[in-house]
Design a binder for this molecule. Structure first.
Ligand SMILES: Cc1cc2nc3c(=O)[nH]c(=O)nc-3n(C[C@H](O)[C@H](O)[C@H](O)COP(=O)(O)OP(=O)(O)OC[C@H]3O[C@@H](n4cnc5c(N)ncnc54)[C@H](O)[C@@H]3O)c2cc1C
Length: 400
């Protein structure tokens, strides 16, 4: 029987093992840690955001800053609907939340872990923990896998190590090109009077742009103790991960807190002024922001809160509108989003055959998961890429 060695006991490695035909192969997973599936365990705040309710591959790929072109064909073969069916067949109920993220009904990542452990046990997959792969050598038609606990011979390798520099070096030594890893999905550190003491304030729909990179995003926005977060920031951090690393996380960002063109906001302001001339500006929350934030905007715009709105000068109105619709902030660093660090970069996608996730350079060698230069915004998309890629590998090997 031919030997498959899966290097890395994480999401991609276990999903692959769970779909391989054990009657055809001897399957071994090598994992460097003492426990497998550790990232699945902590994922989604311990609830594991398994996938996302987006069932059209063309729509789905829009969530992947890197890998969007390549994943289209992968998702036409295995997409979130298939993930749901897969778990359903194993009696795991999943639920779709209001924002389309999908979690196990149990709200526990352990449910997902147990499912995988059960699958590999039934298939007699050998799981070797505390077994760190140090080097892989090609030996005629096979591979010699050198680890801290002895050597293994493989007919097929499935490389699912995640994106640690050490694991990238191993594939680099085998000839693969590596796109330099940089963090993706982070929040922006900003010190500014507008944000001071405003942590916890959120905006339903804001627009953010980075003029230097000619890029913009929109979505909910949140003021944190350190600066700005929320989907409008996380999305821009993911799409521009490489450029922002090059800028060393120092750049200017423009925020429109009310997602309204300044001309339209001015019209609204004038309309309100005509209809409520006697009201004080402090009491006149013209736009859909919290009272506290409105007062903050008036303060930083140096407008007296007790002034009647009829007496607000054109200059004062412009200052308010600029702070609401075109506020410029200096970003001076980044912070991790809920410990959910995702890496952009990894094995160059040009060297992968996306029909079956095989290496174009190495025979009988497959690569999947975060070790590839693929990453997504938050919402269950990173796992979905793992499931889909791993499924393709298993199908390819099962049909040999
Ligand atoms: C805190 C956190 C929360 C997250 N939550 C979500 C979420 O809810 N939904 C979502 O879609 N994504 C989430 N992600 C992202 C998601 O966890 C990753 O995209 C996914 O785990 C990648 O799977 P993988 O199998 O490629 O790598 P991993 O899950 O990292 O697994 C790789 C495994 O390989 C092992 N390994 C590495 N090198 C070697 C070696 N040389 N020898 C032997 N073993 C080795 C590692 O120890 C590890 O166990 C989260 C990430 C983090 C950090």
């Amino acid at each position: 029987m031919k030997q498959i060695i899966i290097i890395g006991g994480g999401a991609a490695g276990f999903f692959c093992a769970s779909n391989l035909d054990e009657t055809q192969y001897k399957i071994t997973i090598l994992e460097q840690n003492s426990d497998v599936l550790q990232k699945v365990k902590v994922s989604g705040g311990g609830r594991c955001n398994v996938t996302h309710a987006c069932f059209d591959p063309r729509e789905l790929v829009q969530f992947y800053p890197r890998g969007n072109k390549e994943l289209l064909s992968v998702f036409t073969k295995f997409q979130p609907g298939d993930t749901m069916d897969w778990f359903d067949q194993r009696k795991v109920s999943l639920k779709i939340e209001n924002d389309n993220r999908i979690f196990p009904e149990s709200n526990s990542s352990q449910t997902i872990i147990n499912t995988f452990l059960n699958e590999v046990q039934q298939k007699n997959v050998e799981v070797k923990t505390k077994c760190a792969v140090k080097e892989i050598e090609k030996k005629d038609a096979q591979y010699l896998v050198k680890t801290n606990s002895g050597d293994f011979v493989a007919d097929y390798i499935i490389y699912t190590t995640g994106s640690s520099p050490k694991s990238l070096k191993i594939v680099k030594n085998l000839g693969h090109k590596i796109v330099n890893p940089v963090p993706s999905l982070f929040t922006f550190n900003i010190k500014d009077d507008v944000l001071n003491d405003m942590a916890g304030t959120s905006f339903e729909m804001a627009q953010t742009s980075i003029p230097k990179l000619k890029t913009e995003e929109s979505g909910p926005l949140l003021i944190t103790h350190w600066g700005l977060s929320g989907p409008a920031i996380l999305k821009i951090s993911a799409w521009e991960a490489i450029s922002l690393a090059q800028l060393k996380y120092h750049f200017e960002i423009e925020v429109n807190f009310i997602s309204m063109a300044i001309q339209d906001a001015e019209e609204n302001f004038q309309h309100f002024k005509q209809n409520n001339p006697k009201k004080t500006i402090g009491q006149s929350k013209i736009f859909d922001v919290t009272n506290r934030f409105w007062q903050k905007i008036l303060n930083v715009s140096k407008v007296d809160l007790n002034k009647q709105i009829a007496n607000i000068s054109g200059k004062e109105m412009q200052a308010i509108l600029e702070n609401l619709c075109r506020k410029k902030f200096q970003v001076t660093g980044k912070s991790t989003f809920k410990d959910e660090f995702v890496t952009a970069g990894g094995v160059d996608l040009k060297e992968i055959n996306f029909k079956n996730m095989s290496s174009k350079l190495l025979p009988n060698f497959y690569i999947a998961g975060e070790v590839l230069n693929i990453d997504a915004v938050t919402g269950g998309f990173n796992f979905q890429a793992c499931w889909s890629e791993a499924w393709l590998i298993a199908q390819d090997l099962n049909n040999l």
